[in-house]
Design a protein around this ligand. Structure first.
Ligand code: GDP
Length: 189
């Protein structure tokens, strides 16, 4: 694992990487650990106000995931916000960045912050896949409804699925998307 506080600290821009992002508490760390089947890869306990780092995890040679700091808390200090913008801007311009997993709390649905992040990632050049996490907290009907609503809001800019780490809902589907992105670009190089 490599934690970067500045773009100069990023790993070499070769191979393939997939970013994971989401509002704080949406279930991102839990999803990363479940999808990669590596418990403890992403930390699920947060220290509020800790330095916002991009964490790069190497799953295999030249295959990485990038864990973005959670967003959505209004009280992020301005200085911290300023240091974080160049960091994610540099990430966006990396050749290796193949796609974005966006973790959304299925009970809350897509937020403005989520919509901004989708635009940030530029869905015309790379994939965006939305996980409606904590789907086990919804009834079957509510889940179907949340899925339809998200699909309508995304309007084809991203794919979307229901997801639950503890109940393994959509786990294999999420893994397939991740591996397709990581492998497709490795083969192309
Ligand atoms: P992060 O801030 O987005 O990384 O969120 P975490 O992964 O730390 O999860 C936030 C809280 O939601 C924790 O208490 C998790 O145990 C819980 N959680 C995460 N995913 C799920 C899920 O799929 N189902 C349920 N029931 N709880 C979840």
């Amino acid at each position: 694992m490599l934690s970067a506080a500045a773009p100069e600290q990023f790993p070499a821009d070769i191979g393939a990487e997939v970013a994971f992002a989401g509002r704080s508490n949406a279930g991102k760390s839990t999803a990363i650990n479940a999808i990669t089947a590596r418990n403890g890869l992403a930390r699920t306990s947060k220290t509020p106000g800790r330095t916002r780092l991009l964490n790069f995890f190497e799953l295999a040679p030249n295959q990485r995931i990038v864990d973005l700091p959670g967003y959505g808390y209004a009280d992020v200090p301005e200085a911290e916000r300023r240091s974080w913008v160049p960091l994610i801007e540099a990430l966006r311009h990396r050749e290796s960045l193949r796609g974005l997993f966006l973790i959304v709390d299925s009970r809350r649905g897509l937020t403005d912050g989520d919509a901004r992040l989708i635009e940030w990632s530029d869905p015309s050049v790379r994939g965006v896949h939305v996980l409606l996490a904590k789907a086990d907290k919804l009834t079957r009907n509510e889940g179907a409804q949340a899925l339809r609503k998200a699909e309508a809001e995304l309007g084809g800019r991203a794919t979307v699925q229901l997801f639950s780490a503890p109940k393994k809902v959509g786990l294999e589907d999420a893994r397939r998307v991740l591996m397709a992105w990581l492998l497709a670009s490795t083969d192309a190089q």
